[in-house]
Write a protein of this length. Structure first.
Length: 150
């Protein structure tokens, strides 16, 4: 699927649409993505800041999605684990940027070449427009070469 089509469709996905999460950009090769969580009345927590669940949700699928598209159909790619560290209250729109470079894709392919599972952590900072870190998210991916592809 073309990245531009995928971006439009994921922006219509109910968990993103309802919670003011939008994919601002997605590169044609699925190597980079930028996601924004707009602070709205409907997605604030009790004290008026970004709801922690939405902060995690805005980051949750992207490492897996980028890896799936970059590695191709010969690989299983799943989210294995995740963690979030809330650094400071999010009192404005926040952003997350993802970059899955060629070297990392090559490392994943090499590590999975024998059919073994590969577990790899990816880190993402959620930041304000000025770059202030609101939260740090860690996601662990499970990658494995499918049996028929060996």
């Amino acid at each position: 699927m073309r990245a531009s089509t995928f971006r439009r469709l994921i922006n219509l996905w109910p968990p993103f649409l309802v919670n003011a999460i939008r994919v601002q950009s997605l590169s044609k090769d699925y190597a980079e993505a930028t996601v924004v969580l707009r602070l709205r009345r409907r997605n604030r927590n009790y004290v008026g800041c970004q709801f922690g669940g939405n902060l995690f949700s805005m980051v949750d699928p992207f490492w897996m999605l980028l890896a799936m598209h970059r590695l191709g159909p010969d690989y299983y790619v799943w989210d294995k684990a995740g963690a979030i560290d809330f650094v400071t209250p999010g009192r404005e729109d926040v952003y997350a940027r993802f970059h899955l470079d060629d070297a990392t894709v090559d490392e994943l392919r090499a590590a999975a070449a024998g059919g073994d599972k590969v577990l790899r952590w990816f880190d993402t900072d959620i930041v304000t427009a000025s770059g202030e870190v609101v939260a740090r998210v860690r996601k662990q991916l499970y990658v494995r070469l499918k049996p028929r592809a060996r």
